[in-house]
Design a protein around this ligand. Structure first.
Ligand SMILES: Cc1cc2nc3c(=O)[nH]c(=O)nc-3n(C[C@H](O)[C@H](O)[C@H](O)COP(=O)(O)O)c2cc1C
Length: 232
């Protein structure tokens, strides 16, 4: 019993050290970056599909095009995690692969909004999305480096009503843990985010889903601009 407790204490200490290490990497990457007083903001689309350039990335690009159309001071960037090394988060084992490099981009003060896109895998987010969101523990430990950025969620499924809404809700719950400001899609669709249907690796026929993607991109950009105007 005593031995078990000691082992647990040791594992806990190792886990804390691992998180502290990743957090200091994120802190180092963001250190010295001053929030611009004026100037453009950036909206990032983060695809967590293991398949590069497929429907999740395509749907995010629709969001980003709509975000860019909000005004000349909105820049956009699509980041795909496909092919990157984002390990399963293990508090007891150090090593966060390519996470720090992606986190440095997301925590840049110029980034006003992040839209996380995921394929629906058995009515939930992809394991890549979950691994990434768990690795974001380092952002929390680094003085909540993602706080007050606007967050949106997008899910593409192969079936209508295949779990898209459930999936985006679980992504949003994780974004709330980062003190992000979570928004849904703007009018006229105005629900919890972007929900799309993939038919044969093609989303172009999903008129309603594409509307939700456009309206999410617009909403994220509009709210991010409001925050930038008041808080910077
Ligand atoms: C392991 C696995 C589980 C899936 N589960 C679902 C599901 O529960 N509901 C659904 O609508 N589609 C499901 N799909 C289909 C994908 O969500 C769909 O093909 C998606 O567009 C893939 O995104 P991508 O093109 O970016 O890879 C699943 C696909 C895989 C590989």
């Amino acid at each position: 019993m005593a031995e078990d407790l000691t082992r647990r204490a040791l594992l806990g200490a190792a886990g804390a050290a691992a998180v502290a290490g990743a957090a200091s990497e994120v802190a180092a990457a963001t250190e010295g970056k001053e929030a611009p007083k004026a100037g453009p903001i950036k909206i990032v689309g983060l695809s967590t599909s293991p398949r590069k350039g497929k429907t999740t990335a395509a749907a995010l690009q629709v969001c980003l095009d709509a975000a860019k159309a909000v005004g000349p001071n909105v820049e956009v960037e699509l980041i795909e995690l496909a092919g990157k090394n984002i390990p399963v988060f293990d508090p007891a084992a150090p090593g966060s692969g390519d996470f720090d490099q992606v986190a440095a981009k997301l925590t840049d003060p110029k980034v006003g909004g992040i839209i996380l896109g995921t394929p629906v895998y058995f009515s939930g987010m992809s394991s890549l999305a979950k691994a990434f969101l768990d690795q974001c523990m380092a952002c929390r430990k680094s003085n909540f480096a993602l706080a007050n950025k606007v967050g949106g969620a997008l899910a593409v499924g192969g079936v209508r009503n295949g779990g898209q809404e459930l999936t985006i809700q679980s992504v949003q719950a994780a974004l709330l843990c980062q003190e992000m400001i979570v928004v849904g899609d703007a009018r006229p669709t105005s629900h919890s985010g972007a929900t799309l249907l993939n038919t044969g690796d093609d989303i172009s026929g999903d008129e309603f889903g594409l509307s939700t993607a456009k309206n999410l991109g617009r909403r994220v950009a509009e709210v991010a601009l409001r925050i930038a105007g008041t808080a910077r």
